[in-house]
Design a binder for this molecule. Structure first.
Ligand code: FES
Length: 331
C-alpha cells in the first residue's frame, strides 16, 4: 500500500511506498527537504502532521523541543505513512538554498569503468548523509592528490554512497588529481568533501520530454539525473545522447543499454567521438538530436564542459530549442 504526502506551502508531493520512511520518499521525489543523519539523531527532518496518520518504523535519540511536544511533530526519517498525509516541513526553495556541508568520507572502492576512466566510490558515515539534488557537484580534497570539483554521479536517494568519474588518462590536459586518485588511492583512504555545489538540477514539475547530451566523464551528471528519474518511476520521455573520447562504446555503455531496456520511455543514442578536447561537434550533435526530437517541446540538459556547452546551446537553438529550456552543467 502506498500513500500520498503533500507538503503544505510548497507545490510538492511524494508517494510513500510500503515500509519506506517519509524522508526516503521525499528525497526519492527530488524534494530538497531538510535532513541530516537519516537515523533519528539530528532532528533536522522534523515535520508537523496536519492531516493523516504516521507509523513509527525506527527508534530515535533526538529530544524534541518544548514547542514540538504536541503529538503532531514527528521525525520523517523514523516514520512511514499510515494514510495520505498533509505536512509542514522545511524544504529548500532551490539547489542554491541547500546549505554547504563539510565532512570526511572514506574510499569504499576505486575501480576502472574503462582502461582510462576511474570510478571512485566514497562511503558516507551515517551521521553525515549528504543532502543534495541530482545534477549537483562536490569539492573533494585528498592529502596527496589535491583538490577537485566533480559532478556527483550517484542518486540523492542513496545518501550512503557518493560516486565520481575521473578521466585518468587521455584528456585534453593532464589531470594530476584524476591520475593521482587512480594510481595512489586505496580503499580506506579519506577525502574531505564540501558539497553540494551547482544548480544543474531538474526544474519545475518535469512535464516536458528531456534531452540529455553528455560528453566523456560529464556523463556523471547524466547518470545522477537519470538515476533520479528511475527512482521517481516517472514516465517522462527521455533521450540520452552520449559522445566521448576514443571509439564507442563509451564507458558504462552497458548501464545506458540497461536503462533503455528497462524504461519504455527512454531512448539512448551513441554519437561519434570527438578529440580529447571535445572538438567542435556541436552542429553535428544538434543535427542528430533535431532529427529525432521535437526540440521546441523539450528540455535540453547539456552535460558538457563550458566551451562545448555554449556552442551546443547555440546549435540547438538554431534548430528550434527554446533558449529558456536549455540547461547547462556549467553556465
Ligand atoms: S533525525 Fe536526522 S534526519 Fe531525521
Amino acid at each position: 500500500m502506498s500513500y500520498r504526502v503533500c507538503f503544505e506551502g510548497h507545490d510538492a508531493e511524494a508517494v510513500v511506498e510500503h515500509g519506506e520512511s517519509v524522508l526516503e520518499a521525499a528525497v526519492r521525489a527530488g524534494l530538497a527537504v531538510d535532513y541530516g543523519c537519516s537515523g533519528g539523531n539530528c532532528g533536522l527532518c522534523v515535520a508537523r502532521l496536519l492531516d493523516g496518520e504516521v507509523r513509527q518504523i525506527s527508534d530515535w535519540d533526538y529530544v524534541f523541543e518544548r514547542g514540538q511536544r504536541d503529538g503532531r511533530h514527528f521525525l520523517m526519517c523514523s516514520h512511514t505513512a499510515a494514510a495520505d498525509l498533509r505536512l509542514e516541513a522545511n524544504i529548500a526553495g532551490g539547489a542554491g538554498q541547500i546549505p554547504l556541508q563539510r565532512f570526511r568520507a572514506r574510499v569504499k572502492h576505486i575501480g576502472e569503468a574503462a582502461p582510462d576512466i576511474a570510478v571512485l566510490r566514497l562511503r558516507v558515515s551515517r551521521s553525515h548523509r549528504l543532502r543534495f539534488l541530482a545534477g549537483q557537484e562536490a569539492g573533494l580534497s585528498h592529502p596527496r592528490c589535491g583538490d577537485a570539483r566533480l559532478p556527483i554521479a550517484s542518486c540523492p536517494c542513496d545518501a550512503s554512497e557518493l560516486e565520481f568519474h575521473l578521466r585518468a588518462r587521455g584528456g585534453a590536459q593532464d589531470d594530476p588529481f584524476a591520475a593521482c586518485v587512480a594510481q595512489e588511492c586505496r580503499s580506506g583512504d579519506w577525502f574531505d568533501v564540501e558539497a553540494p555545489h551547482g544548480s544543474f538540477v531538474f526544474t519545475g514539475n518535469m512535464e516536458r520530454p528531456v534531452v540529455l547530451l553528455a560528453w566523456d566523464t560529464h556523463f556523471a551528471f547524466a547518470r545522477s539525473l537519470l538515476e533520479h528519474i528511475v527512482a521517481l518511476e516517472s514516465d517522462l520521455p527521455i533521450h540520452l545522447y552520449r559522445s566521448g573520447i576514443g571509439e564507442p562504446p563509451y564507458y558504462l555503455d552497458n548501464l545506458c543499454c540497461a536503462w533503455r531496456d528497462a524504461l519504455d520511455q527512454m531512448n539512448f543514442t551513441t554519437l561519434p567521438p570527438t578529440g580529447a578536447g571535445g572538438g567542435d561537434a556541436a552542429d553535428l550533435w544538434a543535427e542528430r538530436i533535431a532529427a529525432d526530437t521535437d526540440l521546441a517541446g523539450s528540455d535540453c540538459y547539456l552535460c558538457l564542459p563550458p566551451p562545448q556547452a555554449q556552442r551546443a546551446a547555440q546549435a540547438l537553438e538554431q534548430r528550434g530549442a527554446r533558449p529558456g529550456r536549455i540547461f547547462r552543467a556549467h553556465p
